[in-house]
Design a protein around this ligand. Structure first.
Ligand SMILES: [Zn+2]
Length: 132
């Protein structure tokens, strides 16, 4: 019997394989900056805990969508824009967070590429997952 967990695990394994295969001649992502110290750990923690592109997209959501998605967080669009600006500025000034951001963006591009190149396979898997 295939459980939901097994389906999800299978999907993650497939995605990992597709990303690895689609890398082709791309060099492995270098994990640089891990031995450096963040100059502002309060801001750096955000970049440690959240994927940078996702964090920026989330902070840039229109007010109505943000409030719907995160009803417990009372931040105006201006507050979020200012916070995104702080994170952006910090990630250019702090060597550790700059490396972290670069790595996150590179990873997001590889995931997008793997999805784009394997739409049919991923779509088939998702359709089949619904039937279980
Ligand atoms: Zn930092």
């Amino acid at each position: 019997m295939i459980t939901r967990v097994a389906v999800e695990t299978g999907f993650i394994e497939l995605l990992t394989r597709l990303i690895a295969e689609s890398d082709g001649g791309d060099p492995p992502i270098q994990r640089t900056g891990k031995d450096l110290t963040c100059s502002e750990p309060t801001l750096g923690k955000w970049l440690d805990d959240c994927d940078f592109p996702f964090l920026m997209e989330t902070l840039a959501l229109p007010d109505d969508v943000f409030c719907q998605q995160f009803p417990g967080i009372r931040l105006s669009q201006e507050d979020r824009k200012a916070f995104a600006g702080l994170l952006e500025k910090h990630s250019t000034e702090c060597a550790r967070c700059h490396a972290q951001k670069t790595e996150a963006i590179e990873w997001a591009m590889r995931v997008d590429k793997a999805f784009a190149e394997n739409k049919q396979t991923i779509g088939d898997l998702l359709i089949n997952a619904d039937e279980i």
